[in-house]
Design a binder for this molecule. Structure first.
Ligand code: SAH
Ligand code: SF4
Length: 349
């Protein structure tokens, strides 16, 4: 069955006219889905419209299965219509609430420090499913289509967004659309492990969103050991793509760097400075979240502070990203994996 959230506004008006209904029904259906409501909750729609659409398009396809409240963040397990589960994280900030969403069930990039890719890629999320994560949380938090409860969106949940390129770009267009949630592009960040060709393609879409690149190592040798994607997208190509994105969008690139023993000795930091110097960028350091299956962990607070100071002293803007939600399973992918394994244990019992 098709999903109602997968239709962009033009496709929705087309579906309404194909059904022989007046055009304003599209706005009512649009309002219904933006409020994350099902057909049964749309009191202004006549029975004929509800019947016609519910036979053809599933509404409210993403549901919140579980909410885990932490000290400074709230995590969700989203249930998809086929039983798959992805996760999201809501982080309240004084400059606007941020929601982190997933773009794939699993991931096939195989970064050695990440929990999302432990079982490989299960499937892509459709544009409407990514949108559904945002709509579900907006409704949960009391937001409406015009008075949003979410200020910023980051595509940093499970999945490699540029490995699901068409659906992600359609989602971005739908959420920026004034007929959608009317988000400002500068309030949306996409994080990628570094698919160079797709970064250039994204620049050419001229969406104006913020690009974050997961760098995590200063040399090809070190980066390939942590991130297999580097073998086909070496650092020189990645930096050229980043420069192209900056030139086209005018937005400074964010480089993410998760600190762990393999990438944080003095020599690595020296090489990192050499690589990044002279570019308009910002470095987001993350102390690596412990992932049991990978046996990797972060650094001492003292060493982390030293690295921030060294980068800043070299003229490279770097800040440590506050690790939100550590008390409720920190890193991407951990929550879902924990949920699945505890349920598997129950099934066996
Ligand atoms: N696939 C995309 C976006 C999702 S991951 C990407 O890789 O960029 C979001 C961020 O979390 C990335 O920067 C990723 O490298 C980082 N990350 C993954 N596992 C982590 C861990 N154990 N500790 C800290 N950051 C981690
Ligand atoms: Fe995939 Fe990103 Fe995790 Fe790498 S860090 S495995 S690209 S989700």
């Amino acid at each position: 069955m098709k999903l109602l959230e997968d239709l962009d506004y033009n496709e929705l008006t087309q579906a309404v006219s194909e059904g022989g209904f007046p055009r304003y029904r599209a706005d009512q259906l649009n309002d219904m889905r933006l409020r994350h409501r099902d057909y049964s909750e749309a009191n202004n729609l006549p029975k004929a419209v509800k019947e016609y659409f519910s036979e053809r398009y599933l509404a409210q396809s993403v549901k919140i299965l579980e909410t885990v409240k932490g000290k400074d963040a709230e995590k969700y397990l989203f249930l998809l219509h086929d039983g798959n589960i992805v996760e999201g994280v809501f982080m309240p900030h004084n400059y606007g609430n941020t929601l982190c969403v997933s773009t794939q069930v699993g991931c096939r990039m195989g970064c050695v420090f990440c929990a999302s890719g432990l079982n490989g890629l299960i499937r892509n999320l459709s544009a409407g499913e990514i949108l559904g994560e945002v709509l579900a949380v907006n409704a949960l938090k009391g937001g409406t289509p015009t008075e949003r409860a979410i200020g910023n969106i980051v595509l940093m949940g499970s999945g490699e967004p540029l490995d699901n390129y068409d659906n992600v770009v359609k989602f971005l267009r739908m959420i920026i659309d004034p007929k959608g949630l009317n988000f400002g592009a500068r309030n949306i960040s996409l994080s990628t492990s570094g698919l160079a060709d797709k970064i250039k393609k994204l620049a050419d879409e001229k969406l104006g969103i913020v690009l974050s690149i997961s760098l995590h190592a200063p040399t090809d040798e070190q980066r390939s050991a942590l991130m297999p994607v580097n073998r086909s997208n070496p650092i020189s190509e990645l930096m050229a793509a980043a420069d192209y994105y900056f030139k086209k969008s005018g937005r400074r690139i964010i480089f993410e760097y998760a600190l762990t023993a393999q990438n944080s000795d003095d020599n690595s930091i020296k090489q990192l400075i050499k690589l990044l110097k002279g570019r308009c960028l910002h470095v987001n350091l993350i102390n690596l979240n412990y992932v049991k299956e990978r046996g990797m962990s972060g650094l001492s607070r003292k060493r982390v502070d030293q690295i921030v100071e060294t980068l800043n002293a070299a003229g490279i803007g770097a800040t440590l990203r506050r690790s939100m939600g550590n008390d409720i399973e920190g890193a991407c992918g951990q929550l879902r994996n924990k949920y699945l394994s505890s349920n598997a244990a129950e099934d066996k019992a």
